[in-house]
Write a protein that binds this ligand. Structure first.
Ligand SMILES: [Cu+2]
Length: 192
C-alpha cells in the first residue's frame, strides 16, 4: 500500500516536473499536483488576505479556515470548492452559518459568489472552509496548503497559518485584539 502510494506520488511528480517550470516544481514539493495546475493559470485577479485557521484539540474531528477573498477582475466569480493537502484532512467543504431560531447552525453550501470588484470575508460564525476528518490535530505555527476551486475552472492556492484559538491573524484588517494577543508575532506590526 505504502509502496503503491509512493509510486503514484513519484509518477505524479514526474509528470509535473517538466523542464522550464521551476515555479511549479517548487510548489509541488509542498502542495502536490494541484499547485502545478494553478501555476498554469493566471489567478492574479484573486487576492487572498489574512488567512488563518485555529489550532484543534485531539478530540476535534474538523477544523476551519478563514480569509478574505477579493475579486479584482471585472467579472463575477464563484468559489465552488476547496481542497486541502491530503495528509491534513479527508476533504474540505464550503460552509456557512445560518440562524435556526435562536441557534447558529452550520450548513454546507455549493459556492460563494464574489461580484466583480468585491470581497467576501470568511470568518468564524460566517462563511468558512471546513476541513473535514482531520488526520492530525492542527497545531499553532503549522501551515495548511489549501486550493480554492472556481466555477471557471481556475484554482487559487492559499497558504493558511494555524494560530491559537481566540487570536487574530497578524495581517488581519479587522479589529486587533490586544487582550488575546498571546501568539508569537513573526512580523512586528507597529500599533498606534
Ligand atoms: Cu463548518
Amino acid at each position: 500500500m505504502l509502496r503503491l502510494l509512493s509510486i503514484a506520488l513519484s509518477l505524479c511528480l514526474l509528470l509535473i516536473n517538466l523542464p522550464g517550470n521551476a515555479a511549479a516544481e517548487d510548489m509541488a514539493k509542498t502542495m502536490a499536483h494541484d499547485a502545478a495546475h494553478d501555476a498554469a493559470h493566471d489567478m492574479a485577479y484573486i487576492e487572498i488576505t489574512a488567512p488563518y485557521s485555529y489550532a484543534t484539540s485531539a478530540s476535534q474531528k474538523n477544523g476551519a479556515a478563514f480569509f478574505t477573498v477579493t475579486n479584482t477582475s471585472d467579472k463575477d466569480v464563484t468559489i465552488t470548492g476547496a481542497a486541502a493537502e491530503n495528509d491534513i484532512a479527508g476533504h474540505a467543504e464550503l460552509h456557512t452559518h445560518i440562524m435556526d431560531g435562536d441557534k447558529m447552525m452550520m450548513r454546507r453550501v455549493d459556492g460563494y459568489d464574489i461580484p466583480a470588484g468585491q470581497s467576501i470575508t470568511l470568518e468564524p460564525m460566517g462563511h468558512h472552509i471546513m476541513l473535514m476528518d482531520l488526520k492530525t490535530p492542527l497545531k499553532t505555527g503549522d501551515h495548511l496548503a489549501l486550493t480554492l476551486e472556481f466555477s471557471n475552472g481556475d484554482t487559487k492556492p492559499v497558504d493558511v497559518p494555524v494560530i491559537a484559538p481566540g487570536t487574530k491573524p497578524d495581517s488581519s484588517p479587522a479589529t486587533t485584539q490586544h487582550s488575546n494577543d498571546n501568539h508569537h508575532d513573526s512580523q512586528d506590526h507597529s500599533h498606534h
